[in-house]
Design a protein around this ligand. Structure first.
Ligand code: SF4
Length: 123
């Protein structure tokens, strides 16, 4: 390796190492910015500090299972709701409304008073 090649090699290596050190910081900054933007849009923070959005009833998957935010407005619900569904797990009460996770909607929250056609009685 000549001196120029060696110098070029170490300069490139320093840049790569520098990026590797900065990347976690840059990623954390980007994630924090995204979480703040999500919160401004009405999403709630998740367990890891990131925003967890509510399921949007207009989402294609939500439409496919006839997801509705208020079970009382859906005759097919027959009084059933997410809170009594086996796929539901309570996470928090926010703005006076209970929210939780649903196996069908990974990475999102559903309202405890919501309902969908995949409702399954909690054991
Ligand atoms: Fe709610 Fe159960 Fe449907 Fe999930 S599967 S949206 S918890 S009713």
């Amino acid at each position: 390796m000549t001196n120029m090649n060696r110098r070029s090699f170490f300069a490139t290596a320093a840049k790569v190492v520098g990026l590797a050190v900065l990347s976690p910081v840059a990623i954390k900054t980007l994630m924090t910015s995204e979480a703040k933007a999500e919160q401004k849009r009405g999403a709630r923070p998740g367990a890891a500090g990131g925003a967890v959005p509510l399921v949007d009833a207009k989402d294609p998957v939500a439409k496919a299972v006839k997801y509705a935010e208020d079970y009382k407005k859906v005759a097919d619900a027959k009084g059933n709701k997410c809170a009594t569904c086996g796929f539901y797990k309570k996470v928090a009460v926010e703005n006076g409304k209970e929210v939780g996770t649903c196996t069908i909607f990974a990475g999102k929250h559903v309202l405890a008073d919501a309902w969908c056609a995949s409702w399954n009685k909690k054991a």
